[in-house]
Design a protein around this ligand. Sequence first.
Ligand code: KG4
Ligand code: ZN
Length: 335
Amino acid sequence: MLVLGIETSCDETAAAVVENGRIIRSNVVNSQIEIHARYGGVVPEVASRQHILSIVPVIEKALDGAGISSKDLGAVAVTHGPGLAGSLLVGVNSAKALALAWHLPLTGINHLEGHIYANWLDSEPPEFPLLCLIVSGGHSDLVLMRGHGDYTVLGRTRDDAAGEAFDKAARILGLGFPGGPAIQKAAAGGRPSLRLARAWLEGSDDFSFSGVKAELHRLVEKSKVAVSGARENGAVVVADAAASFQEAVTSVLAAKTAAAARERTVKQILLAGGVAANRRLRERLSEVSPVPVRYPPPALCTDNAAMTAACGYFRFRQGKTDGLDLDVLPALRMT
Ligand code: KG4
Ligand code: ZN
């Protein structure tokens, strides 16, 4: 079965065709990063307008890329939350129009669930029960998954999401947007010489990243980290500060995820979401995990519609479809 996936929850206009939830036939992502970078973050109004301009060409490109016409499709899957309301509306309304015009079943996908299903694409299917760490720009959730669509949230961030913390730290260090890749790049040339405080939240599977970000901010304000100009009093250089921040965040994520895997009987750990593209996180988690760790290739960690289509396929197989009253749910969570 070929599923058309549509994803417009933030600043990527994406459409993809996936066969049987696993084989990518096409995967088109039209990124708006350059437009938002000049504002230092995603501007919701600008994002929804760009989605309106891009959505039809992106869907056409996905069908062309797969070498198919609408008649070959079996279903349409679209992200309906969480995300920016104006952005989600463009994808959801386009998907509804196509489902109606092409007489196809429709299903609304939770964006976070979509991220998990990037692990099913072009690879051996993961084995249940598994633990999944979803780390994106808006969320950091630790989820136990016993089967398709069967989730128990064990923990989540109490303040900043991991990706949000990377983005804010990059802004503090003057490294630009998006922050995650910028911190990773700067950190590659540095040493984690600053011992930034880590929030372990003992006895809980929750996370907290606002403290480490605030500490970094304080060090920059006090000129203990040299973000510009002369380096005085042995101030730490940006590369070392970036490496220290990356080390603090990834060590907590890796250690707490590994501990949760040890406590429950799981066969694998899956990484998902934009921060799953981080090399240090992959390395650290693989070092400390008691079970095999899997992660998608970097391009499938960040927002795309192939993951939406994959997730949609498994929902359709369970008979889960939505009507044309499907609405956007900007604050949707993993439940
Ligand atoms: O999943 P995603 O593309 O969008 C959301 O659903 O939020 O994640 C975007 C987030 C951003 O905060 C970005 O800075 C972060 O993922 N990110 C990274 C890396 N690549 C993207 N964080 C750390 N290291 C990376 N290599
Ligand atoms: Zn995402």
